[in-house]
Design a protein around this ligand. Structure first.
Ligand SMILES: *Cc1c(COP(=O)(O)O)cnc(C)c1O
Length: 212
């Protein structure tokens, strides 16, 4: 996935024309604006929300993104489910596929206090609770590894997320699959892929340093 936060729409358009089909944005409003501008000429593109999501923006996010990577509380999961029940998801012309919202659970594997995400020990319980919410499909897990000098040091983080996904998969919860492991960024994606990532979130390695 090409991460396009802070990247002007014209540059994102070049990436889409070159064949990028997955786009990740951190903020609801910025992602929404780019989707409105670029979505019509690139209907094949999937739009991902990878940044923290506030409950009060859940309905808007459900309407505009194909996959929300940052569900880290039952409260947020409930807000997304309520938005689907209220008909928000897929209602708008450029909205995600109707009939539900696809999410990943964001896990704070490293335990850094500055990071969002559910604690590893609480992730299965969140998956179980989310599984009971109508209109919500949990499709995997996401994590952000700490910034380190040597990407090899992130390996235990990615390995732990993959193990957690296998554990949750074994619970066979209705409406919950572990198809996606969203892990790895520009500095550490190679390590993440060797640990099972199938959705890597790449910004600077594609677009160069972000301006602004
Ligand atoms: C910005 C961001 C990325 C991309 O980071 P790069 O180091 O530029 O590749 C990936 N994931 C999340 C959640 C981000 O916020």
């Amino acid at each position: 996935m090409a991460v396009t936060k802070g990247i002007p729409a014209d540059l994102v358009r070049l990436a889409l024309t070159a064949g990028v089909t997955e786009v990740g944005e951190n903020r609801v409003q910025e992602g929404e604006a780019k989707r409105l501008e670029l979505g019509p000429s690139h209907p094949e593109v999937k739009w991902h929300l990878i940044g923290h999501l506030q409950t009060n923006k859940a309905a808007r996010a459900a309407r505009r993104f194909d996959l929300i990577h940052s569900v880290d509380s039952l409260r947020l999961a409930e807000a997304l489910s309520a938005a689907v029940s209220a008909g928000a998801a897929g209602a708008a012309p450029v909205g995600a596929r109707g009939g539900g919202v696809d999410v990943l659970l964001q896990v704070n594997v490293s335990g850094e206090v500055t990071k969002f995400g559910v604690a590893p020990a609480e992730t299965a319980a969140l998956a179980r609770a989310a599984s009971r919410l109508p209109g919500l499909r949990v499709r995997g897990l996401m994590t952000i590894a700490p910034l380190v000098d040597d990407p090899e040091k992130t390996r235990p983080i990615f390995r732990a997320l993959a193990a957690l996904a296998r554990e949750i998969d074994r619970l066979a919860l209705p409406g919950v699959t572990m198809e996606f492991l969203s892990m790895g960024m520009s500095q550490d994606y190679e390590v993440a892929v060797t640990e099972g990532a199938n959705l890597v979130r790449i910004g600077t390695a594609i677009f160069g340093p972000r301006r602004g």
